[in-house]
Every structure is written in C-alpha cells, then in structure tokens.
Ligand binder design. Structure first.
Ligand code: SAM
Length: 235
C-alpha cells in the first residue's frame, strides 16, 4: 500500500508547478534551464533567495516562506516522497514564495548562477561519520566550494543539527578555512535563544520533522552560522 501511495505521489508531483525535477543530464556538468532565472521565471520578483539543502518534507522552507513573504525559498532534496509533503502544503495554502528542487546536492552548482543565492540553510543533515564519507558531508570542503559558486559575497550559511560529531566537524572546517563565525552554540534552546534578535528567534523557532524527533529524545540542538566570504577551501 505504502509503495502504491508513493507512486501516486510521484505522479502527482509531476503536475505540481512548484516542483522542479531535472534529469541527471540537465544538471550534471550542465546548466539547468532555471539557473539564473529562478526569480524572473518562477517567483516573478526580485526578493532574496534562500536555499534549504536536504529539506526532507520541507517544514523549514514552507514555515519560513509563510513567515517571510518578502523572501523566496527553495527546498532541495533527492527524496521525492518527502518533498511531496512540503510541495503539497505550499500549493494547498497558496504559498507562492517557495519552490522545491529534486536533485542531488552534488549537482547544485548546475542549478544556480553566480550571486543568485543570499543564504543557505542546512537542516539536520545526515552526519556521514565514517572517514570515507567525508566527501558526502554537506559542510565539507567539496560542498562549500560548490556553494561559493552561487552564494553572494556577503551570504551566510546556517547549520542546525543535533549531532555532536557533525557540529564539531563543521565548526572545525569553518575555523580551518578562516570563515567568519557569526553564531556557534551547541545548545541553541538551552542557553542562547534569548540572545537572538526577534527575526532570528522566529526563524529558529520553526522545527523540522527531524528536529522534532531529536528534541523529543532529549537531544540538544546545535546551531552554527558563518560567512564563507567567497574564500574557496584549500582542499
Ligand atoms: C536527516 S534528513 C533531514 C530532513 C529535514 N531537513 C529535517 O530536518 O527534517 C536528511 C535529508 O537530506 C537529504 N540528503 C542528504 N544528502 C543529500 C544529497 N547529497 N543530495 C540531496 N539530498 C540529500 C536526504 O534525502 C534527507 O531527506
């Protein structure tokens, strides 16, 4: 039954105007048709563009889009069954400033043009803890290099995770490359949340599916915000 529903959701998603599912050959060493055109052709405005990488069901992208109609959001994930949920909610609730892009983040630089993106959120990424998995970590040097191809000079990257290993790894990487750290806390709700300004508090108050699961288990939520300043990682 679950398999049948999944297939129905996949078929339905093909009809969603807010979902983009490029074929491999459209993004692998290629420029996707929407590259540089998200604002002019989809959002039809010139508002800032914010990406959520590994968006899962898209709670963060949809939640932020609702709170901030003057900003555009794109949730990116490879898993269509999860993405269907966020895309469906956005359509049902007429939230026009959010879209979804189904692709591997390995091909993200084929999807966005230089300076097209103002901010990146990485919400509860898979930690990929084994040494041989480093190249899959979304805050690793290979990925930061990709993001730098389209993130604005002054753009910020935000990470929310419950995973100690991943938080410490990301913090060390940020320090190693001399990126500017704007926030770094290993217990966001325990000690720091009150220090943030109201807008940031509003943003951080949105809980993703995984954040709810981890919080229910008593895990602390870690948060890192940094500016890579256009510096490319050395390796
Ligand atoms: C642990 S889940 C978190 C989902 C959501 N951000 C949340 O907090 O509920 C990680 C998500 O990242 C996606 N993901 C991981 N690596 C990816 C990659 N290289 N390309 C695309 N999606 C990826 C997975 O498909 C999964 O939906």
């Amino acid at each position: 039954m679950a398999g049948k529903r999944k297939l129905e959701h996949f078929a339905e998603m093909k009809t969603f105007a807010n979902v983009f599912e490029p074929k491999l050959e459209e993004v692998f060493r290629a420029d996707y048709k929407m590259k540089g055109k998200w604002k002019s052709e989809f959002f039809k405005n010139d508002h800032p563009l914010i990406l959520e990488l590994g968006c899962g069901k898209g709670e963060y992208s949809v939640g932020m889009a609702q709170k901030f109609p003057e900003r555009n959001y794109i949730g990116v994930d490879i898993k269509g069954a999860r993405m269907w949920r966020g895309a469906k909610t956005a359509l049902e609730e007429n939230i026009a400033n959010v879209a979804f892009l189904r692709t591997r983040i390995e091909f993200i630089e084929g999807c966005f043009a230089k300076d097209e993106v103002d901010e990146i959120w990485i919400t509860f990424p898979d930690p990929q803890p084994k040494d041989r998995q480093e190249k899959k970590r979304l805050t690793g040097p290979l990925f930061i290099k990709r993001y730098l191809q389209f993130l604005k000079e002054d753009g910020t990257i935000h990470l929310k995770t419950d995973n100690n290993f991943f938080y410490n790894y990301s913090l060390e990487e940020v320090k190693r490359h001399g990126y500017e750290i704007l926030e770094a806390t290993d217990d966001l709700y325990g000690e720091k949340i009150e220090d943030f300004d109201e807008t940031t508090r509003e943003i951080l108050s949105i809980k993703t599916h995984y954040e709810k699961l981890f919080t229910a288990k008593g895990h602390k939520i870690h948060y890192l915000k940094f500016k890579p300043h256009g510096k490319a990682p050395k390796d």
